[in-house]
Design a protein around this ligand. Structure first.
Ligand code: KIV
Length: 274
């Protein structure tokens, strides 16, 4: 088995100029596939609200749901590093509540780090508090989906000089507060390059161009599972919605036609993978 990807690997990869491959997963089967494909970091993103729960944004995802899905994902991993998003309802109320949520991510979910959106003074204080208590934190700047209403929709951030400087300054402050990496979402490519060069910690881009130290995508997007929605920056590496519908249609036809099951399929039960 290959060496596990640990928190130390983030700094090593930045130093060596080797990209960090990150992808979201929400269950054990997908997590196992990510692990076996050699993905470095698996994120249980609160994007699960949109891709799994069919919600219009991430705001209603609860801590219980995040911890549950993180636990499922942890069962599928043996090498990749596991990060859990702190969901919106657990963050703004108080540092105590957010800390308790992060503790659950590690203790119950099996996560090795949590991800926190934004760089307000409150978030920066929370990051240093968590890090000083042994909870690694990944930051997230640029388009921060939990602030969708404040941004007026899912929009590219950092487009003007001043706005870009605010994003850069936020990323710097997150590094100072002790974050071990930072996600850059939906910002202009030159700005992402500037931030990547300015930081000692790795940047993980999504819709932020090729100059980041790593990339992250939502698994359902890159696999082409969602026909109704696909952000412009996503490259589809498969068109699984077509493959899945074809397989389901074939199954339906064979059941209706009395072709499946044949006598060859025989009796039996599913083998238990554990
Ligand atoms: O929730 C999520 O999946 C994320 C990634 C898209 C970065 O935050």
């Amino acid at each position: 088995m290959k060496d596990a990807f640990t928190i130390r690997s983030f700094a090593e990869r930045k130093k060596a100029g080797r990209k960090i491959v990150t992808i979201t997963a929400y269950d054990a089967t997908f997590a196992r596939l990510c692990d076996e494909a050699g993905v470095d970091v698996v994120l249980v993103g609160d994007s699960l609200g949109m891709v799994i729960q069919g919600l219009p944004n991430t705001l209603a995802v609860t801590l219980d749901q995040m911890v549950y899905h993180t636990r499922l994902v942890s069962r599928g991993l043996s090498r990749a590093f596991l990060v859990m998003d702190l969901p919106f309802p657990s963050v703004p109320v108080s540092r105590e509540q957010a800390t308790a949520a992060a503790v659950r991510a590690l203790a119950e979910g099996g996560a090795q780090a949590v991800k926190l959106e934004g760089h307000t003074p409150y978030v920066l204080d929370l990051v240093s508090h968590l890090v000083s208590h042994g909870i690694p934190v990944m930051g997230h700047v640029g388009l921060v989906p939990q602030s969708v209403h404040q941004m007026g929709g899912f929009r590219i951030q950092g487009k003007t000089r001043e706005a870009g400087e605010r994003v850069l300054e936020g990323a710097r402050r997150l590094e100072e507060a002790g974050a071990f990496a930072v996600v850059l979402e939906a910002i202009p490519h030159p700005l992402a390059g500037e931030i990547t060069a300015a930081l000692g910690i790795p940047t993980i881009g999504i819709g932020a161009g090729p100059r980041c130290d790593g990339q992250v995508l939502v698994s359902y997007d890159l696999l082409g599972l969602n026909e109704a929605y696909c952000p412009r920056f996503v490259k589809k590496y498969a068109n699984l919605s077509v493959t899945v519908k074809k397989a389901l249609g074939d199954y339906a036809d064979e059941v209706r036609g009395g072709v499946f099951p044949s006598f060859e399929e025989g009796p039996g039960r599913r083998t238990d993978p554990s």
